[in-house]
Design a protein around this ligand. Structure first.
Ligand SMILES: Cc1cc2nc3c(=O)[nH]c(=O)nc-3n(C[C@H](O)[C@H](O)[C@H](O)COP(=O)(O)OP(=O)(O)OC[C@H]3O[C@@H](n4cnc5c(N)ncnc54)[C@H](O)[C@@H]3O)c2cc1C
Length: 506
């Protein structure tokens, strides 16, 4: 029996683990991949906090966040996040995150889109990687237990309270029940379901949301999906907003600028998309920043451009396109990060904590992970200390149901290749539920998704082995992607008016 199980080893999960840690408390961090491979490692641009009150103020950070959110964020939650931001940076700095420095030795800050001041603290353009690795080192130092290669299948909830989780052990193929007094869900977002049209890893298929949904937790704002204006044209690898923050210009093939590059992401992404719809090509121009600046501040952007587009941004224009980048919807939480299921907390991109509303401000996700991760750790600890050990659960019906479900999947026909369907789903979502939406397109997409769901028994596995069966994991993630897609489209159909990242025309 665990006191706290944290599902997800990204920035959110590891921040929560460190905050909940006490020598006499049994904590396990469980994840599909090894924690250092989590998507947090891909974050480039920075993490927001007001550090210099001469030019900036917490009130401005709050106002920028609310404005970017189209005023759909909760003022109370935004205040909670922004007021705790300076402490979060101080803490990260104290545990060894190697932030870049300015000429006075202070933590350097840069301006990202939608921000009125230079507010994003960064470690070159490897900010997420450095934060994640530092958190991981600290967890190792505290001997926090890692349960890697474990895939979340479901929760066991009795009388509205979490009792256990059901996981598939990827190494052995066994399906097991892990009893716990509380759970912190930190499985990341669902941008990966857009497959070829996203900056995200395919691991981000909203698995935590699906488990929460199976147990009737409240899920909110699924229609709000943020497109980043500057992904590389071919690979969709991200070119960070810090490139525009430093003065990068967006131009079409005629050399014309067509938008204020530092507007919030939803507006810039739509402007780029419209150019492409009008048969223009769009480029990011950072040549004027010079090689020294680029190598010092944007080394990853240069490497990615050379690797994936075969161009060097020191002298060439970078071909770009908008791509899905961040998902604002998720499992609804209150200011204690408590979901509608007792003992189940949610943090990071899997949660809908109402700090991003209809459009997230760049640099606020990493901040949310740390600030809300720390709150969730403390609250889960409190909850577990006040919860008695329950030895009545033994083997639950959910365990049996999941064992039966996986057994059935092994017997599916494998007549339709689901990998092809996964690509088709990404394309369908991009075209019918993308930057600009239409009701009839959404309805068409919904019926295609329902058909894909009906066809699942005709899909299935080529590899029938039990141990390390990645074919099975990918299929389970595809099933979850279909559930999440249905949720997104139903939520989009319920919102008639355009707001933020949800832009709908007749
Ligand atoms: C390219 C890129 C650049 C970005 N840059 C920035 C930036 O500069 N600033 C900023 O604020 N934000 C940025 N973001 C957003 C930010 O990085 C993410 O929102 C954030 O890192 C998500 O963290 P997380 O801890 O919630 O989830 P993740 O880091 O995605 O971790 C999820 C964890 O859950 C586990 N998991 C998933 N499914 C399962 C399952 N079924 N069973 C068990 N475990 C599972 C995974 O193994 C992983 O450990 C960027 C995002 C991308 C993609």
């Amino acid at each position: 029996m665990y006191d706290i199980i944290i599902i997800g080893g990204g920035g959110a999960g590891l921040s929560a683990a460190l905050s909940a840690f006490q020598k006499d408390i049994k904590i396990g961090v469980l994840s599909q991949n090894y924690p250092t491979k989590s998507q947090t490692s891909m974050a480039q641009g920075g993490i927001n906090a007001v550090l210099n009150t001469d030019q900036d103020s917490i009130e401005l950070h709050i106002q920028d966040t609310l404005k970017a959110s189209s005023n759909l964020a909760s003022k109370e939650m935004v205040e909670l996040m922004c007021k705790n931001a300076p402490n979060a940076i101080e803490w990260l700095n104290s545990i060894g995150v190697p932030f870049s420095r300015d000429e006075h030795g202070n933590i350097a800050q840069r301006k990202l889109g939608g921000a009125s001041q230079k507010r994003a603290c960064y470690a070159q353009d490897y900010t997420g990687l450095k934060i994640l690795h530092t958190l991981h080192d600290q967890c190792l130092k505290e001997n926090i237990e890692f349960l890697s290669d474990q895939f979340l299948l479901n929760f066991v909830v009795q009388k509205d309270q979490i009792k256990a989780i059901i996981t598939l052990d990827i190494k052995s193929g066994e399906i097991t029940q892990i009893d716990t007094k509380s759970v912190i869900l930190a499985t990341g977002g669902y941008g990966g379901i857009f497959y070829d049209y996203t900056t995200n890893d395919y691991i981000s298929t909203g698995d935590g949301i699906v488990a929460a949904l199976k147990n009737r937790a409240v899920i909110e704002d699924m229609e709000f999906i943020q497109f980043h204006p500057t992904a590389l044209k071919k690979s969709k690898a991200l070119i960070s907003e810090s490139a525009r923050g430093a003065g990068g210009k967006l131009v079409n093939q005629k050399g014309e600028r067509f938008v204020d590059e530092l507007k919030p992401r939803d507006e810039v992404a739509r402007a780029v998309f419209e150019q492409i719809q009008n048969s223009n090509e769009v480029f990011l121009d950072i040549t004027h920043l010079g090689e020294k600046y680029i190598d010092e501040n944007l080394p990853q952007e240069r490497k990615l451009s050379i690797l994936y587009e075969n161009i060097d941004p020191v002298k060439d224009l970078i071909p770009i396109t908008p791509a899905v980048h961040y998902t604002m919807g998720g499992v609804a939480v209150d200011s204690n990060m408590q979901t509608s299921i007792k003992g189940l907390f949610a943090i990071g991109e899997v949660a809908c904590s109402k700090v991003h509303g209809a459009n997230r401000l760049g640099g606020n996700s990493l901040l949310e992970l740390v600030v809300f991760g720390k709150i969730a750790g403390k609250k889960a600890l409190e909850f577990s200390k006040n919860t008695l050990h329950d030895n009545s659960i033994s083997k639950s019906k959910e365990l049996q149901n999941e064992q039966d479900r996986i057994e059935k999947i092994y017997n599916y026909k494998n007549e339709i290749n689901f990998y092809r369907q996964r690509e088709k789903l990404g394309e369908l979502l991009y075209k019918k539920c993308g930057i600009i939406r239409k009701k009839e397109n959404l309805q068409e997409a919904l019926s295609t998704i329902k058909e894909m769901k009906r066809n699942l028994p005709l899909m299935g596995l080529g590899d029938k082995s039990k141990k390390y069966n990645q074919n099975l994991i990918e299929f389970l993630k595809f099933i979850n992607s279909l559930e999440v897609s249905e949720l997104i489209i139903k939520s989009a159909l319920n919102r008639d008016k355009s707001v933020g990242a949800h832009f709908i025309i007749n």
